[in-house]
Design a protein around this ligand. Sequence first.
Ligand SMILES: Cc1cc2nc3c(=O)[nH]c(=O)nc-3n(C[C@H](O)[C@H](O)[C@H](O)COP(=O)(O)O)c2cc1C
Length: 442
Amino acid sequence: MSERETIHLAADLSFLHTDFLWRMPGSWVGYPYYSSSEFYEDIAKTAESGRMDLLFFGDTGGTSEDFGGNHDAVVRNGVKWPRHDMTPMIPVLARVTEQIGYALTMSTTYHHPFHCARTFNALDHVTKGRIAWNAVTSAYKWEAMNWGFDVMMEHDERYRRAQEFLDVACRLWNSVEADAPVLDREAGVFLNPEKVHRLDFRGDYFNVRGPLPALPSPQQRPLIIQAGQSGPGMDLAARFADLQFSTRRTIDSMKQHRAAIDERLAKFGREPRDLGILWSVRIQVAESQSEARAKEQAFLDSIPPEGGLIEMSQWFGVDFSTADPEMTFADFADQVRETSGNLGTFEEIVKTTDPKTTVRELGRDYLTKRILAAEGTPKEIVDRLEEIHFETGANGGFILGRGYHASNNIREFVDHVVPELQRRRLSKTEYTPGTLRDNFND
Ligand SMILES: Cc1cc2nc3c(=O)[nH]c(=O)nc-3n(C[C@H](O)[C@H](O)[C@H](O)COP(=O)(O)O)c2cc1C
């Protein structure tokens, strides 16, 4: 295995209390919910001791009223709610760690590229080159309403705006060349003006004169992540992203995804190695298979029967509180497509779900089976991860996705799964010196 085939490891910290995880034993124990940085510091140090590459914070800024026509269910149960702005947490975490990277989400639909470029330049400076930007187009109407839109911008239009947004943001990050700073006290030259460029950009969505009034940061631009799974989402990733998150659930579907993104990368003159994929996976590890099964069962039992339906309503903008539980998947698929929400993710579910599956069955499984799960002993889990990694081109790694809680589950992963990965030389025992990008590129 070459260095570049390393299995990179990340963890999604967006859902540590949701999916009813706040009720699990060992979840948030000793820490107040959200109001303490110590909780995240503890996770970051644990993850860094396992040489994990990246901790990820997703973001959506809405309160769903899809289930039952009001926010009662999501607030009462804590379903993807609350979602705090995690930006201020990043510098705090960067201070207590040295090499692990941090990914922050910012929407291309609701922000301005100048604000985005400036914020991520500053975060890249204070993290010493360890910041990543998860560029999302935002697929939720309740979030749209918080940003002043009565009607959510249509799916493909969001992606057209995103293309221009990323183009402008990258131009801003390039507007001050890396060797522009001179800092010659005797000559009195701070920066070389010839290496600082205006953009004079006038587009369909944004007009930006530039340059970015900031010193170039260690990575020049953040590592860019794009998680859209639809055609336009894949195009955006192929043009700009260094990494993609994907929730594909079978090896076949992962292979198709990899082939599709490679084809698109070629269209933009890029190589497959220019974009790694982190596959979402849920891990249930224990000393024995039966113990792992029992832990998984305890997790499944902790989710109330309507849990999956609340979440499905939120994802797809359809009210499943009043749906006939015997209605089949095929019966409501058209309605979902009309909402123009998470289309790429939905099409993956279409591909991997029997159309005769009922709403009752889907709701039961939605929270637990939507992403790939690996359950068992460390050896069994690493066998599975190794198989997926090499079957799909050994180009990226895994992100611990939904359904794990902290601090317990992340510590278990680092204590039991990572050593087996390292023993087989599948994941690194030391970080590559330098920036987050250097670490992913080795
Ligand atoms: C693993 C993963 C993480 C995501 N994180 C976020 C997020 O934090 N905020 C958000 O608004 N969308 C998030 N998304 C949604 C996508 O970025 C994208 O906006 C959405 O899937 C709709 O685009 P699509 O139709 O191209 O799939 C995520 C998607 C995936 C697969």
